[in-house]
Design a protein around this ligand. Structure first.
Ligand SMILES: Cc1cc2nc3c(=O)[nH]c(=O)nc-3n(C[C@H](O)[C@H](O)[C@H](O)COP(=O)(O)OP(=O)(O)OC[C@H]3O[C@@H](n4cnc5c(N)ncnc54)[C@H](O)[C@@H]3O)c2cc1C
Length: 489
Protein backbone atom coordinates (compact mmCIF):
# COMPACT_ATOMS: atom_id res chain seq x y z
CA UNK A 1 0.00 0.00 0.00
CA UNK A 2 1.46 3.39 -0.99
CA UNK A 3 2.02 5.77 1.91
CA UNK A 4 1.76 9.56 1.98
CA UNK A 5 1.63 12.01 4.85
CA UNK A 6 -1.56 13.61 3.55
CA UNK A 7 -4.19 12.50 1.03
CA UNK A 8 -6.46 15.21 -0.36
CA UNK A 9 -9.78 14.03 -1.81
CA UNK A 10 -10.70 16.49 -4.56
CA UNK A 11 -8.55 18.67 -6.78
CA UNK A 12 -10.85 21.69 -7.10
CA UNK A 13 -9.87 25.15 -5.84
CA UNK A 14 -9.63 24.16 -2.15
CA UNK A 15 -7.78 20.89 -2.76
CA UNK A 16 -5.27 22.46 -5.14
CA UNK A 17 -4.51 25.38 -2.82
CA UNK A 18 -4.05 23.06 0.14
CA UNK A 19 -1.73 20.81 -1.88
CA UNK A 20 0.40 23.82 -2.82
CA UNK A 21 0.64 24.96 0.79
CA UNK A 22 1.66 21.49 1.98
CA UNK A 23 4.20 21.06 -0.81
CA UNK A 24 5.85 24.38 0.14
CA UNK A 25 6.38 22.88 3.60
CA UNK A 26 7.91 19.73 2.04
CA UNK A 27 4.97 17.51 3.03
CA UNK A 28 4.45 14.32 1.03
CA UNK A 29 0.94 14.99 -0.31
CA UNK A 30 -1.17 13.45 -3.06
CA UNK A 31 -4.46 14.62 -4.59
CA UNK A 32 -7.08 12.05 -5.59
CA UNK A 33 -9.40 13.62 -8.19
CA UNK A 34 -12.44 12.08 -9.82
CA UNK A 35 -12.20 14.24 -12.98
CA UNK A 36 -9.85 12.98 -15.67
CA UNK A 37 -8.62 16.51 -16.45
CA UNK A 38 -8.74 19.90 -14.77
CA UNK A 39 -11.53 21.02 -17.15
CA UNK A 40 -14.54 22.46 -15.32
CA UNK A 41 -18.13 21.97 -16.50
CA UNK A 42 -19.24 25.50 -17.34
CA UNK A 43 -17.67 28.63 -15.97
CA UNK A 44 -18.93 28.36 -12.33
CA UNK A 45 -17.30 30.93 -9.99
CA UNK A 46 -16.81 34.27 -11.66
CA UNK A 47 -13.92 35.74 -9.80
CA UNK A 48 -11.64 36.43 -6.90
CA UNK A 49 -12.09 38.84 -4.03
CA UNK A 50 -9.38 41.08 -2.71
CA UNK A 51 -8.23 38.82 0.14
CA UNK A 52 -7.90 35.81 -2.15
CA UNK A 53 -5.71 37.87 -4.49
CA UNK A 54 -3.69 38.85 -1.42
CA UNK A 55 -3.14 35.24 -0.31
CA UNK A 56 -1.97 34.38 -3.82
CA UNK A 57 0.32 37.43 -3.65
CA UNK A 58 1.68 36.09 -0.34
CA UNK A 59 2.90 33.06 -2.34
CA UNK A 60 4.25 35.14 -5.23
CA UNK A 61 1.71 33.84 -7.76
CA UNK A 62 -0.93 36.61 -7.92
CA UNK A 63 0.42 37.94 -11.23
CA UNK A 64 -0.33 34.66 -12.97
CA UNK A 65 -4.02 35.23 -12.27
CA UNK A 66 -4.02 39.00 -12.72
CA UNK A 67 -2.73 38.79 -16.31
CA UNK A 68 -5.54 36.45 -17.31
CA UNK A 69 -8.46 38.22 -15.62
CA UNK A 70 -9.84 41.74 -15.44
CA UNK A 71 -9.31 43.77 -12.29
CA UNK A 72 -12.60 45.52 -11.61
CA UNK A 73 -15.03 46.56 -8.90
CA UNK A 74 -16.89 43.24 -8.87
CA UNK A 75 -18.29 43.35 -5.41
CA UNK A 76 -21.94 43.61 -4.59
CA UNK A 77 -24.37 42.82 -1.81
CA UNK A 78 -27.46 41.24 -3.40
CA UNK A 79 -26.37 42.99 -6.58
CA UNK A 80 -25.98 46.42 -4.92
CA UNK A 81 -22.51 47.49 -6.16
CA UNK A 82 -19.80 48.18 -3.57
CA UNK A 83 -16.66 50.03 -4.58
CA UNK A 84 -13.48 49.17 -2.64
CA UNK A 85 -11.03 51.34 -4.58
CA UNK A 86 -10.36 53.39 -1.41
CA UNK A 87 -9.41 50.29 0.64
CA UNK A 88 -5.86 50.14 2.06
CA UNK A 89 -4.60 47.15 0.07
CA UNK A 90 -2.56 46.82 -3.13
CA UNK A 91 -5.49 44.81 -4.49
CA UNK A 92 -8.35 47.24 -3.94
CA UNK A 93 -10.50 45.48 -6.54
CA UNK A 94 -11.80 42.04 -7.44
CA UNK A 95 -10.64 39.93 -10.34
CA UNK A 96 -13.10 38.76 -12.97
CA UNK A 97 -11.71 35.33 -13.86
CA UNK A 98 -13.81 32.22 -14.48
CA UNK A 99 -13.19 29.23 -12.26
CA UNK A 100 -12.06 27.14 -15.24
CA UNK A 101 -9.08 29.50 -15.73
CA UNK A 102 -8.46 29.83 -11.99
CA UNK A 103 -8.18 26.06 -11.60
CA UNK A 104 -5.91 25.68 -14.63
CA UNK A 105 -3.46 28.31 -13.36
CA UNK A 106 -3.51 26.96 -9.81
CA UNK A 107 -3.03 23.37 -11.04
CA UNK A 108 0.06 24.49 -13.01
CA UNK A 109 1.57 25.90 -9.81
CA UNK A 110 0.79 22.71 -7.89
CA UNK A 111 2.39 20.74 -10.71
CA UNK A 112 5.54 22.87 -10.51
CA UNK A 113 5.69 22.07 -6.80
CA UNK A 114 5.71 18.37 -7.72
CA UNK A 115 2.39 17.29 -6.20
CA UNK A 116 1.07 14.08 -7.82
CA UNK A 117 -2.60 14.08 -8.85
CA UNK A 118 -4.30 10.70 -9.27
CA UNK A 119 -6.86 11.65 -11.92
CA UNK A 120 -9.93 9.67 -12.86
CA UNK A 121 -9.84 8.16 -9.40
CA UNK A 122 -12.24 8.50 -6.45
CA UNK A 123 -11.96 8.12 -2.72
CA UNK A 124 -14.69 5.61 -1.88
CA UNK A 125 -14.14 5.11 1.85
CA UNK A 126 -11.64 5.21 4.70
CA UNK A 127 -10.86 3.74 8.09
CA UNK A 128 -8.86 5.64 10.68
CA UNK A 129 -6.87 4.18 13.57
CA UNK A 130 -4.57 5.63 16.23
CA UNK A 131 -1.61 6.20 13.96
CA UNK A 132 -3.03 6.71 10.49
CA UNK A 133 -5.81 6.30 8.00
CA UNK A 134 -6.44 3.80 5.21
CA UNK A 135 -7.98 5.54 2.22
CA UNK A 136 -9.89 3.29 -0.17
CA UNK A 137 -9.86 4.28 -3.82
CA UNK A 138 -11.96 3.27 -6.80
CA UNK A 139 -10.36 0.43 -8.75
CA UNK A 140 -9.78 -1.60 -5.59
CA UNK A 141 -6.63 0.20 -4.51
CA UNK A 142 -5.84 2.08 -1.35
CA UNK A 143 -3.45 4.57 0.17
CA UNK A 144 -2.14 4.88 3.71
CA UNK A 145 -1.79 8.38 5.16
CA UNK A 146 -1.54 10.28 8.42
CA UNK A 147 -4.38 12.62 7.46
CA UNK A 148 -7.17 12.73 4.88
CA UNK A 149 -8.60 16.10 3.86
CA UNK A 150 -12.01 16.17 2.20
CA UNK A 151 -11.93 18.91 -0.43
CA UNK A 152 -14.48 16.94 -2.37
CA UNK A 153 -17.20 19.55 -2.77
CA UNK A 154 -20.69 20.11 -1.39
CA UNK A 155 -21.77 16.47 -1.67
CA UNK A 156 -18.59 15.39 0.11
CA UNK A 157 -18.29 11.66 0.62
CA UNK A 158 -15.58 12.30 3.19
CA UNK A 159 -17.89 14.45 5.32
CA UNK A 160 -20.69 11.90 5.15
CA UNK A 161 -18.45 8.90 5.83
CA UNK A 162 -16.90 10.72 8.82
CA UNK A 163 -20.43 11.13 10.22
CA UNK A 164 -20.14 14.92 10.36
CA UNK A 165 -23.54 16.63 10.37
CA UNK A 166 -24.27 19.19 7.67
CA UNK A 167 -26.37 21.68 9.55
CA UNK A 168 -28.49 24.43 8.05
CA UNK A 169 -31.32 25.39 5.76
CA UNK A 170 -33.00 23.37 3.02
CA UNK A 171 -33.42 25.14 -0.32
CA UNK A 172 -36.31 27.54 -0.79
CA UNK A 173 -35.46 28.50 -4.37
CA UNK A 174 -33.86 26.73 -7.30
CA UNK A 175 -32.00 28.40 -10.18
CA UNK A 176 -31.15 27.10 -13.59
CA UNK A 177 -27.72 28.05 -14.92
CA UNK A 178 -26.50 27.53 -18.47
CA UNK A 179 -23.98 28.58 -21.07
CA UNK A 180 -25.69 28.78 -24.44
CA UNK A 181 -25.75 30.40 -27.87
CA UNK A 182 -28.72 32.56 -28.84
CA UNK A 183 -29.97 33.48 -32.35
CA UNK A 184 -31.35 36.81 -31.15
CA UNK A 185 -29.59 39.43 -29.03
CA UNK A 186 -30.91 38.87 -25.46
CA UNK A 187 -31.69 41.55 -22.92
CA UNK A 188 -28.48 41.70 -20.85
CA UNK A 189 -28.22 42.44 -17.14
CA UNK A 190 -29.55 41.39 -13.76
CA UNK A 191 -33.22 40.55 -13.21
CA UNK A 192 -35.15 42.00 -10.26
CA UNK A 193 -35.41 38.56 -8.63
CA UNK A 194 -31.66 37.95 -9.21
CA UNK A 195 -29.99 36.11 -12.05
CA UNK A 196 -30.09 37.37 -15.61
CA UNK A 197 -28.08 37.07 -18.83
CA UNK A 198 -24.50 38.14 -19.56
CA UNK A 199 -21.75 37.35 -22.07
CA UNK A 200 -19.34 34.58 -21.03
CA UNK A 201 -16.52 36.71 -22.43
CA UNK A 202 -16.95 39.84 -20.37
CA UNK A 203 -14.46 41.89 -22.39
CA UNK A 204 -15.49 41.08 -25.95
CA UNK A 205 -19.23 40.60 -25.22
CA UNK A 206 -21.48 38.65 -27.61
CA UNK A 207 -22.25 34.93 -27.34
CA UNK A 208 -21.99 32.45 -25.81
CA UNK A 209 -24.17 33.76 -22.99
CA UNK A 210 -24.38 32.79 -19.36
CA UNK A 211 -28.00 32.52 -18.24
CA UNK A 212 -29.15 32.26 -14.64
CA UNK A 213 -32.92 31.95 -14.10
CA UNK A 214 -35.09 31.40 -11.08
CA UNK A 215 -37.21 28.26 -11.43
CA UNK A 216 -40.88 27.82 -10.60
CA UNK A 217 -40.20 24.73 -8.46
CA UNK A 218 -37.60 23.95 -5.82
CA UNK A 219 -37.56 20.14 -6.03
CA UNK A 220 -36.39 18.35 -9.18
CA UNK A 221 -35.86 14.68 -9.92
CA UNK A 222 -33.72 15.06 -13.07
CA UNK A 223 -31.08 17.34 -14.57
CA UNK A 224 -32.41 20.38 -16.50
CA UNK A 225 -32.67 20.17 -20.30
CA UNK A 226 -32.61 22.70 -23.15
CA UNK A 227 -36.40 22.37 -23.26
CA UNK A 228 -36.61 23.40 -19.56
CA UNK A 229 -34.33 26.36 -20.26
CA UNK A 230 -36.48 27.50 -23.20
CA UNK A 231 -39.57 27.42 -20.98
CA UNK A 232 -37.84 29.35 -18.20
CA UNK A 233 -36.65 32.01 -20.69
CA UNK A 234 -40.19 32.47 -22.01
CA UNK A 235 -41.55 32.85 -18.46
CA UNK A 236 -38.90 35.48 -17.63
CA UNK A 237 -38.50 37.37 -20.93
CA UNK A 238 -41.48 36.39 -23.06
CA UNK A 239 -39.09 34.81 -25.61
CA UNK A 240 -36.41 32.12 -25.66
CA UNK A 241 -34.14 34.28 -27.91
CA UNK A 242 -33.64 31.24 -30.18
CA UNK A 243 -31.48 29.54 -27.54
CA UNK A 244 -29.40 26.60 -28.79
CA UNK A 245 -26.05 24.77 -28.51
CA UNK A 246 -25.81 24.55 -24.71
CA UNK A 247 -22.27 24.14 -23.50
CA UNK A 248 -23.59 23.30 -20.06
CA UNK A 249 -26.94 23.37 -18.20
CA UNK A 250 -27.20 22.85 -14.47
CA UNK A 251 -28.98 24.17 -11.41
CA UNK A 252 -28.19 25.43 -7.95
CA UNK A 253 -30.27 26.37 -4.94
CA UNK A 254 -30.13 28.66 -1.95
CA UNK A 255 -29.43 25.77 0.42
CA UNK A 256 -27.13 26.97 3.21
CA UNK A 257 -25.41 24.26 5.23
CA UNK A 258 -22.21 24.00 7.22
CA UNK A 259 -20.33 21.02 8.63
CA UNK A 260 -20.86 20.86 12.40
CA UNK A 261 -17.09 20.47 12.76
CA UNK A 262 -14.23 20.75 10.26
CA UNK A 263 -12.27 17.95 11.92
CA UNK A 264 -12.98 14.41 13.04
CA UNK A 265 -9.74 12.80 14.21
CA UNK A 266 -7.51 12.33 11.16
CA UNK A 267 -10.15 13.66 8.78
CA UNK A 268 -10.44 17.35 7.95
CA UNK A 269 -12.77 19.26 5.65
CA UNK A 270 -12.14 22.37 3.54
CA UNK A 271 -14.03 24.31 0.87
CA UNK A 272 -17.54 23.35 -0.22
CA UNK A 273 -17.19 20.06 1.66
CA UNK A 274 -17.37 22.22 4.81
CA UNK A 275 -19.90 24.83 3.69
CA UNK A 276 -22.40 25.36 0.89
CA UNK A 277 -24.49 28.46 0.35
CA UNK A 278 -26.06 30.39 -2.50
CA UNK A 279 -23.64 32.12 -4.89
CA UNK A 280 -24.76 35.67 -4.01
CA UNK A 281 -21.67 37.76 -3.36
CA UNK A 282 -19.40 35.19 -5.06
CA UNK A 283 -17.80 33.91 -1.87
CA UNK A 284 -17.69 30.10 -2.19
CA UNK A 285 -14.43 29.55 -4.04
CA UNK A 286 -12.77 32.37 -2.12
CA UNK A 287 -13.73 30.97 1.27
CA UNK A 288 -12.49 27.50 0.30
CA UNK A 289 -9.11 28.79 -0.90
CA UNK A 290 -8.72 30.72 2.34
CA UNK A 291 -9.70 27.63 4.39
CA UNK A 292 -6.83 25.84 2.65
CA UNK A 293 -4.35 28.61 3.46
CA UNK A 294 -5.38 28.52 7.12
CA UNK A 295 -5.09 24.74 7.31
CA UNK A 296 -2.00 24.12 5.17
CA UNK A 297 0.78 25.35 7.44
CA UNK A 298 -0.86 23.90 10.56
CA UNK A 299 -1.21 20.45 9.04
CA UNK A 300 2.35 20.69 7.72
CA UNK A 301 3.71 21.48 11.18
CA UNK A 302 1.80 18.57 12.70
CA UNK A 303 2.99 16.01 10.14
CA UNK A 304 6.51 17.48 10.26
CA UNK A 305 6.36 16.95 14.07
CA UNK A 306 7.11 20.55 15.00
CA UNK A 307 3.68 21.14 16.53
CA UNK A 308 1.28 18.96 18.53
CA UNK A 309 -1.90 17.67 16.95
CA UNK A 310 -3.90 20.17 19.01
CA UNK A 311 -2.78 22.91 16.58
CA UNK A 312 -5.32 21.43 14.15
CA UNK A 313 -8.15 22.39 16.50
CA UNK A 314 -7.40 26.05 15.78
CA UNK A 315 -8.39 25.39 12.16
CA UNK A 316 -11.99 24.69 13.12
CA UNK A 317 -11.96 27.40 15.79
CA UNK A 318 -10.83 30.03 13.28
CA UNK A 319 -12.51 28.99 10.04
CA UNK A 320 -15.90 27.72 11.28
CA UNK A 321 -17.01 31.23 12.35
CA UNK A 322 -15.83 32.64 9.01
CA UNK A 323 -17.92 30.05 7.14
CA UNK A 324 -20.92 30.72 9.38
CA UNK A 325 -20.69 34.42 8.60
CA UNK A 326 -20.62 33.72 4.86
CA UNK A 327 -23.74 31.55 5.15
CA UNK A 328 -25.42 34.29 7.14
CA UNK A 329 -24.70 37.06 4.66
CA UNK A 330 -25.77 34.95 1.67
CA UNK A 331 -29.07 34.20 3.41
CA UNK A 332 -29.62 37.93 3.84
CA UNK A 333 -28.76 38.53 0.19
CA UNK A 334 -31.26 35.90 -0.95
CA UNK A 335 -33.97 37.53 1.15
CA UNK A 336 -33.14 40.95 -0.32
CA UNK A 337 -33.49 39.56 -3.85
CA UNK A 338 -37.11 38.51 -3.40
CA UNK A 339 -39.06 40.35 -6.11
CA UNK A 340 -42.17 41.22 -4.05
CA UNK A 341 -42.85 44.86 -3.21
CA UNK A 342 -42.01 44.62 0.48
CA UNK A 343 -38.59 43.09 -0.16
CA UNK A 344 -37.97 45.60 -2.92
CA UNK A 345 -38.67 48.38 -0.41
CA UNK A 346 -36.14 46.79 1.93
CA UNK A 347 -33.68 46.58 -0.93
CA UNK A 348 -34.14 50.30 -1.70
CA UNK A 349 -33.42 51.02 1.96
CA UNK A 350 -30.27 48.85 1.87
CA UNK A 351 -29.16 50.54 -1.36
CA UNK A 352 -29.45 53.91 0.37
CA UNK A 353 -27.60 52.64 3.44
CA UNK A 354 -24.80 51.10 1.39
CA UNK A 355 -24.25 54.38 -0.43
CA UNK A 356 -22.99 55.75 2.91
CA UNK A 357 -19.33 55.34 3.65
CA UNK A 358 -19.26 53.41 6.90
CA UNK A 359 -21.89 50.75 5.97
CA UNK A 360 -20.26 50.31 2.55
CA UNK A 361 -16.83 49.84 4.12
CA UNK A 362 -18.08 47.28 6.63
CA UNK A 363 -20.09 45.14 4.23
CA UNK A 364 -17.47 45.37 1.47
CA UNK A 365 -14.69 44.40 3.89
CA UNK A 366 -16.74 41.37 4.92
CA UNK A 367 -17.43 40.22 1.35
CA UNK A 368 -13.84 40.81 0.22
CA UNK A 369 -12.48 38.83 3.19
CA UNK A 370 -10.30 41.76 4.26
CA UNK A 371 -11.93 42.14 7.67
CA UNK A 372 -11.37 38.56 8.87
CA UNK A 373 -10.35 38.64 12.51
CA UNK A 374 -9.45 35.36 14.21
CA UNK A 375 -10.01 35.48 17.94
CA UNK A 376 -6.43 35.08 19.19
CA UNK A 377 -7.04 37.02 22.40
CA UNK A 378 -6.59 40.62 23.44
CA UNK A 379 -3.71 42.85 22.44
CA UNK A 380 -2.71 45.08 19.55
CA UNK A 381 -5.56 45.54 17.00
CA UNK A 382 -3.51 43.61 14.42
CA UNK A 383 -3.49 40.39 16.47
CA UNK A 384 -5.68 37.88 14.61
CA UNK A 385 -6.03 40.18 11.60
CA UNK A 386 -4.30 40.07 8.22
CA UNK A 387 -0.90 41.72 8.04
CA UNK A 388 -0.88 44.62 5.57
CA UNK A 389 1.59 44.34 2.69
CA UNK A 390 3.90 47.14 3.83
CA UNK A 391 6.89 48.39 1.88
CA UNK A 392 9.99 47.58 3.94
CA UNK A 393 13.64 48.60 3.93
CA UNK A 394 15.99 45.82 5.02
CA UNK A 395 19.77 45.42 5.04
CA UNK A 396 19.32 43.43 1.80
CA UNK A 397 17.38 46.25 0.15
CA UNK A 398 13.71 47.10 -0.28
CA UNK A 399 11.08 44.40 -0.02
CA UNK A 400 7.41 43.90 0.86
CA UNK A 401 5.83 41.96 3.71
CA UNK A 402 4.11 39.56 1.28
CA UNK A 403 7.45 38.78 -0.38
CA UNK A 404 8.72 37.57 3.00
CA UNK A 405 5.84 35.06 3.05
CA UNK A 406 6.48 33.47 -0.37
CA UNK A 407 7.93 30.29 1.13
CA UNK A 408 4.98 29.93 3.58
CA UNK A 409 7.21 30.19 6.65
CA UNK A 410 6.48 32.35 9.69
CA UNK A 411 8.27 35.68 10.09
CA UNK A 412 9.19 37.63 13.21
CA UNK A 413 9.34 41.15 11.85
CA UNK A 414 11.29 43.63 13.95
CA UNK A 415 10.67 47.26 13.02
CA UNK A 416 12.32 48.95 16.01
CA UNK A 417 15.90 49.24 17.15
CA UNK A 418 17.66 45.83 17.25
CA UNK A 419 17.28 44.42 20.77
CA UNK A 420 19.18 41.16 20.52
CA UNK A 421 16.15 38.85 20.77
CA UNK A 422 17.45 35.27 20.66
CA UNK A 423 15.52 33.53 17.86
CA UNK A 424 17.89 30.55 17.80
CA UNK A 425 15.49 28.13 19.62
CA UNK A 426 13.05 28.63 16.69
CA UNK A 427 15.52 29.57 13.95
CA UNK A 428 14.85 26.38 11.98
CA UNK A 429 11.18 27.40 11.69
CA UNK A 430 10.84 31.18 12.12
CA UNK A 431 12.76 33.83 10.22
CA UNK A 432 13.70 37.02 12.13
CA UNK A 433 13.73 40.01 9.79
CA UNK A 434 14.96 43.47 10.83
CA UNK A 435 13.34 46.16 8.73
CA UNK A 436 12.09 49.74 8.66
CA UNK A 437 8.78 51.04 7.39
CA UNK A 438 8.01 54.70 6.74
CA UNK A 439 4.38 55.60 6.56
CA UNK A 440 1.09 55.10 8.27
CA UNK A 441 -0.46 51.74 9.07
CA UNK A 442 -4.02 51.46 7.91
CA UNK A 443 -6.42 48.54 8.10
CA UNK A 444 -9.70 48.07 6.23
CA UNK A 445 -12.63 49.25 8.41
CA UNK A 446 -10.42 50.05 11.44
CA UNK A 447 -8.51 52.82 9.69
CA UNK A 448 -5.15 54.04 11.01
CA UNK A 449 -3.55 52.05 13.81
CA UNK A 450 -0.43 52.55 15.91
CA UNK A 451 2.64 50.82 14.45
CA UNK A 452 3.85 48.00 16.71
CA UNK A 453 7.63 47.64 17.19
CA UNK A 454 7.54 43.97 16.19
CA UNK A 455 5.10 41.35 14.88
CA UNK A 456 4.91 37.59 14.58
CA UNK A 457 3.32 36.79 11.23
CA UNK A 458 1.92 33.33 10.55
CA UNK A 459 2.38 31.72 7.12
CA UNK A 460 -1.26 32.53 6.29
CA UNK A 461 -0.48 36.24 6.75
CA UNK A 462 -2.36 36.65 10.04
CA UNK A 463 -0.64 38.29 12.97
CA UNK A 464 -0.10 35.93 15.93
CA UNK A 465 1.53 38.45 18.26
CA UNK A 466 2.48 42.15 18.20
CA UNK A 467 4.52 44.11 20.70
CA UNK A 468 8.01 44.75 21.94
CA UNK A 469 10.65 42.06 21.45
CA UNK A 470 11.28 42.16 25.19
CA UNK A 471 7.65 41.14 25.84
CA UNK A 472 7.78 37.98 28.02
CA UNK A 473 4.78 36.63 26.08
CA UNK A 474 6.74 36.42 22.83
CA UNK A 475 8.46 33.07 23.57
CA UNK A 476 5.07 31.64 24.52
CA UNK A 477 3.50 32.91 21.28
CA UNK A 478 6.35 31.36 19.28
CA UNK A 479 5.87 28.03 21.07
CA UNK A 480 2.07 28.10 20.73
CA UNK A 481 2.11 28.67 17.01
CA UNK A 482 5.38 27.18 15.82
CA UNK A 483 6.30 24.51 18.35
CA UNK A 484 8.48 24.21 21.41
CA UNK A 485 11.90 25.86 21.59
CA UNK A 486 14.66 23.60 20.32
CA UNK A 487 17.65 23.38 22.67
CA UNK A 488 20.83 24.84 21.20
CA UNK A 489 23.26 22.19 19.88
C1 LIG B 1 -23.27 28.73 -10.58
C2 LIG B 1 -22.21 28.90 -9.58
C3 LIG B 1 -21.64 30.15 -9.46
C4 LIG B 1 -20.65 30.34 -8.50
N1 LIG B 1 -20.10 31.59 -8.39
C5 LIG B 1 -19.12 31.78 -7.50
C6 LIG B 1 -18.42 33.03 -7.42
O1 LIG B 1 -18.69 33.96 -8.19
N2 LIG B 1 -17.41 33.16 -6.52
C7 LIG B 1 -17.07 32.13 -5.69
O2 LIG B 1 -16.15 32.31 -4.87
N3 LIG B 1 -17.69 30.93 -5.75
C8 LIG B 1 -18.70 30.73 -6.63
N4 LIG B 1 -19.29 29.50 -6.74
C9 LIG B 1 -18.89 28.43 -5.84
C10 LIG B 1 -17.65 27.72 -6.30
O3 LIG B 1 -17.80 27.17 -7.58
C11 LIG B 1 -17.34 26.64 -5.27
O4 LIG B 1 -17.43 27.22 -3.99
C12 LIG B 1 -15.95 26.06 -5.46
O5 LIG B 1 -15.85 25.34 -6.65
C13 LIG B 1 -15.63 25.14 -4.29
O6 LIG B 1 -14.36 24.61 -4.46
P1 LIG B 1 -13.99 23.24 -3.75
O7 LIG B 1 -12.61 22.93 -4.18
O8 LIG B 1 -14.33 23.31 -2.33
O9 LIG B 1 -15.02 22.18 -4.36
P2 LIG B 1 -15.27 21.75 -5.86
O10 LIG B 1 -14.93 22.84 -6.83
O11 LIG B 1 -16.64 21.19 -5.90
O12 LIG B 1 -14.21 20.60 -6.09
C14 LIG B 1 -14.40 19.33 -5.53
C15 LIG B 1 -13.57 18.36 -6.34
O13 LIG B 1 -13.63 17.09 -5.74
C16 LIG B 1 -13.80 16.10 -6.74
N5 LIG B 1 -14.43 14.97 -6.05
C17 LIG B 1 -15.66 14.89 -5.54
N6 LIG B 1 -15.83 13.73 -4.89
C18 LIG B 1 -14.66 13.06 -4.98
C19 LIG B 1 -14.21 11.81 -4.47
N7 LIG B 1 -14.99 11.01 -3.74
N8 LIG B 1 -12.94 11.44 -4.75
C20 LIG B 1 -12.13 12.23 -5.49
N9 LIG B 1 -12.51 13.43 -5.98
C21 LIG B 1 -13.76 13.84 -5.71
C22 LIG B 1 -14.65 16.76 -7.79
O14 LIG B 1 -14.45 16.16 -9.05
C23 LIG B 1 -14.10 18.19 -7.76
O15 LIG B 1 -13.03 18.38 -8.65
C24 LIG B 1 -20.26 29.27 -7.69
C25 LIG B 1 -20.82 28.00 -7.84
C26 LIG B 1 -21.79 27.82 -8.78
C27 LIG B 1 -22.38 26.46 -8.95
Amino acid sequence: MTEHAVVIAGGGPAGLMLAGELALAAVDVVIVERRVSQDVDGSRAGGLHSRTIEVLDQRGIADRFLVEGQAMQVQGFAGIPLDISDFPTRHNYGLALWQSHFERILADWVGELGVPILRGCEVVGFAQDDIGIDVELSGDTSLRAEYLVGCDGGRSLIRKAAGIDFVGLDPSTSWMIAEVEMDEQPELGMRPEGGGIGPVNRVEGGGPFRVVLKEQQVEHTSEPTLHDLREALVVAYGTDYGVHSPNWISRFTDMARQAATYRHGRVLLAGDAAHVHPPQGGQGLNTGVQDAVNLGWKLAQVVNRTSPESLLDTYDAERHPVGARVLHNTMAQVALSSPDDRHQALRDTMTELLSMDEPRRRIAAMLSGLDIHYDLGAGHPLVGRRMPDLDLHTADGPTRVFTLLHDARPVLLSLGAPCGFDISPWANRVRLVDAKHDGVWELPVLGEIAAPPALLIRPDGHVAWAGDLTDPELPQALATWFGAATPAH
